[in-house]
Design a protein around this ligand. Sequence first.
Ligand code: R5P
Length: 305
Amino acid sequence: MKIFSGSSNRPLAKKIARELNTKISPLEIFIFPDGERRVRVEEEIVGEKAIIIQPTSTPADQNYMELFFIADAVKRSGASSATAVVPYLGYQRQDHIFRDGESVSLEVIVKTLEAVGINKLIAFDLHSIKIPEVFKIPVTHLSALPLFAKEIERRGWKNSDTVLVSPDKGGIRRVKMLSELLTNMPIASIEKQRDLATGRVQALGVDGKLGKRAIMVDDMISSGSTMIKAAELLHENGVEDIAVFATHPVFSDQAPKLLQESYISDVYVTDTVYIPLSSYFPKLTVLSVAETIAEEFKENSIQEK
Ligand code: R5P
């Protein structure tokens, strides 16, 4: 087994390699003056299983192209298979046609991943549980919810005064799953409306009984609007302490600043997406998914023996 890393999240790739007591294999990623990339495998890998770690977060287009080129390079260099570990799968939100005339971006991505020779995909907290069905190759869909449950228990947040809240109806399944990991912590949800043309978010109402503390759970934080608007509504409804857990810190625009200035007291995310130092803020805690991903390879290598 050989582990390769694209340039989108090398710290995570290093942690995964460390968990597996191995090193990242050398890969040349040359950037031409016009920004185009050339990828070259720098060691003998004939007959080896190649693992490529590359979340396709911002800049998604560049990170996808790198992933495609690495997959092509490892296959041309004789790897017996290529597994893409894409903890954050870019373009997954456009998984169907919302308005007439749109492209289905996810489907284009899936076709290309398969065409460049990727044999298996490992992803984390996909936006919809239906996404793996779009692929013809096997997809392992991992989740950060067990990590979140562990942290909630460590904080000593109890079912008696805490409610798990989904910031939109689409996330209720996620919140129910976390509730099951926390001896049925009570749940509630928020009715969110997003204007598809402007992206403006409104939190219209709460469904369910609230407590002193709310823990909001989502797959990702991008602009931060979903969480911030929901927190304002929870605050208006008397919630005193609001924490949020989101797997993917996409953090576009002014998200870190806005989250820091919001009613939210703690923001928990994972390292599926690399966070530059400039995007850290005092309320932020980053949990690592490296062990969860590494376990996948340990388990599989046992099954394969
Ligand atoms: C949407 O359905 C997702 O689950 C997230 O709620 C959304 O992508 C978060 O985006 P933002 O932070 O820009 O509101």
